[in-house]
Design a protein around this ligand. Structure first.
Ligand SMILES: [Cu+2]
Length: 142
């Protein structure tokens, strides 16, 4: 019994030492000093930051609105202010896919580290009366 305990302890110790030597996987942005990027999105009867005015450009040539440009490893803070009476949603592909619902008159903040570069759609996830104007936002992570 004592031998079993001794062996088990040795195995546990070796495992511990191995874990210590290899370490836990580092974050993709470890050691990279990114910038904090703040954005404000106003959601109301005209969409996100007047996106209804950009709807025809979106239909004609896919011009996104609003557009947020950041660098990889930046800390992204997006404040969404709902000035409407109805609820609106907010989601970002890859980074905030579940999204958040903001009740009329309230605000919410979405924050994440931009670990993956690419183009990510920004859109509403609550079926509202101006939903079509809130489907073509864009986050560019360069
Ligand atoms: Cu909507």
């Amino acid at each position: 019994m004592l031998l079993i305990i001794a062996v088990a302890s040795a195995v546990a110790l070796a495992g511990g030492i191995t874990t210590f030597a290899i370490g836990i996987p580092s974050s993709p942005c470890a050691g990279v000093a990114g910038t904090t990027r703040n954005f404000t999105i106003i959601a109301d009867i005209n969409g996100y930051n007047e996106s209804s005015a950009h709807y025809s450009s979106w239909l004609q040539n896919g011009t996104a609105w609003p557009v947020m440009n950041v660098a990889r490893c930046d800390q992204v803070i997006i404040k969404i202010i709902n000035n409407d009476t109805q609820s609106h949603g907010f989601a970002v592909d890859t980074y905030a896919t579940r999204g958040t619902e903001i009740i009329g008159g309230q605000q919410s903040t979405v924050e994440f580290l931009a670990t993956t570069s690419g183009h990510f759609r920004v859109y509403c996830i609550v079926y509202c009366t101006v939903h079509r104007f809130m489907q073509y936002g864009l986050l560019n992570v360069s």
